[in-house]
Design a protein around this ligand. Sequence first.
Ligand SMILES: [Zn+2]
Length: 65
Amino acid sequence: MAWQPLPFKLSCENCGWHQTFSPKSDAMMPNFPTICPKCGHTELKRETLNTPLGKMLGRLFGKPL
Ligand SMILES: [Zn+2]
């Protein structure tokens, strides 16, 4: 189970909170929330960012996060 180090954005569709995360390839799971820190919504939307690095890695791994 390899962690794919793609920068991504977490956003909450309930209150509008969002934050960008850029995990490093040599890091373990970064410390990102699984629930919204503002309203406690448990289903955060995760989007992989359209960076050149992200696109390149996306092609290498064949699928986005
Ligand atoms: Zn929220």
